[in-house]
Design a protein around this ligand. Structure first.
Ligand SMILES: Nc1ncnc2c1ncn2[C@@H]1O[C@H](COP(=O)(O)OP(=O)(O)O)[C@@H](O)[C@H]1O
Ligand SMILES: [Mg+2]
Length: 289
């Protein structure tokens, strides 16, 4: 059994509000193995995004604070690192993509400038070389005419294209871990499918692990090997994807699965994973309570 690349242990992240303390993440623990896709599911407000932000130490402080636990990346506790050391890890060894790319893309910089920025920062190459690598990256994420696109601004692209740019930025430095927080929720079903296939393809190429946050159990059934279920800031169940769909242990997981209108089909997809003929992903938008 290889040592996991990421171990989240007893993580606690609280928000200190005037109304009181919100224990957004309470003793969360899970391991992520090299190369695996781990699904993180749970209803809205269950602490999924705060868990992801905690890993990268991007929780807004104030009002948020990581108040307990350890986050071991390659055996080293990220919570012990200085901000300077953390910056070397963010976007480089551990990358993140968000649901709404418009909020993470800079509207006044061209696509090329934004991708190249990270490459210049972390790889110490010149701007021209970084631009060439950016074009290559856009090609990898299957954006047509990358030489032209590189000079465009985010608002000139469609939602799907912007999400591809986000993926290009996130993967330009071949991170060991990609955290994808509801990466396709804002997109229509066809584009969702393309983006997920793209992530999977690049994951194989780069050999990275993916922490995939979604409320869409169809996506989990098709892409994750293991699943962590969260409720009210806590992990209520961790299981491999087959066991989770066949025999959910926790009542909350059973409830989540029962809320999926086409669970029968979900089970069949689970069994037939690997055959990509079904166009099922995305049919269950909003199925969770
Ligand atoms: N910036 C913030 N300030 C105060 N509370 C927050 C903040 N971000 C998240 N929370 C609270 O933390 C809890 C978990 O939120 P979140 O992790 O975003 O849930 P989700 O599972 O939908 O991603 C929620 O109760 C939310 O209100
Ligand atoms: Mg969220």
């Amino acid at each position: 059994m290889p040592e996991p690349i990421l171990q989240v242990q007893q993580l606690k992240t609280y928000f200190y509000l005037t109304e009181g303390i919100v224990p957004a993440v309470e003793e969360v623990r899970f391991d992520l193995s090299r190369g695996e896709t781990l699904g993180l599911v749970g209803e809205s407000g269950s602490g999924k995004s705060v868990t992801a932000l905690s890993i990268l130490r991007l929780v807004p402080d104030p009002p948020g604070k990581i108040v307990g636990g350890r986050i071991l990346f390659e055996g080293k506790n990220l919570l012990d690192l200085s901000e300077k050391e953390m910056r070397k890890i963010r976007g480089n060894r551990i990358s993140m993509i968000f649901q709404e790319p418009m909020t993470s893309l800079n509207p006044v910089l061209t696509i090329g400038e934004q991708i190249a920025e990270g490459i210049v920062l972390h790889e110490k190459v010149g701007k021209k070389e970084a631009m060439n690598q950016s074009i290559e990256m856009l090609r990898k994420v299957e954006i047509p005419a990358p030489e032209r696109r590189i000079r465009e601004y985010p608002h000139q692209l469609s939602g799907g294209m912007r999400q591809r740019v986000m993926i290009a930025m996130a993967l330009a430095l071949r991170p060991a871990i990609l955290i994808a927080d509801e990466p396709t929720t804002a997109l229509d079903v066809t584009i969702q499918r393309q983006i997920l296939d793209l992530i999977r393809k690049l994951q194989e190429e780069i050999g990275m692990a993916v922490l995939l946050i979604t409320h869409n159990l169809g996506i989990i059934a098709e892409t994750a090997q293991r699943v962590v279920v969260m409720k009210e800031g806590r992990v209520v169940e961790t299981a491999d994807v087959f066991s989770l769909f066949e025999k959910p242990q926790h009542p909350y997981t059973q409830q989540l699965l029962a809320a999926v209108p086409r669970l029968g089909e979900t089970k069949r997809w689970t069994k037939k994973r690997g055959s990509r003929s079904q166009s099922s992903v995305g049919n269950q938008q909003g199925a969770t309570p």
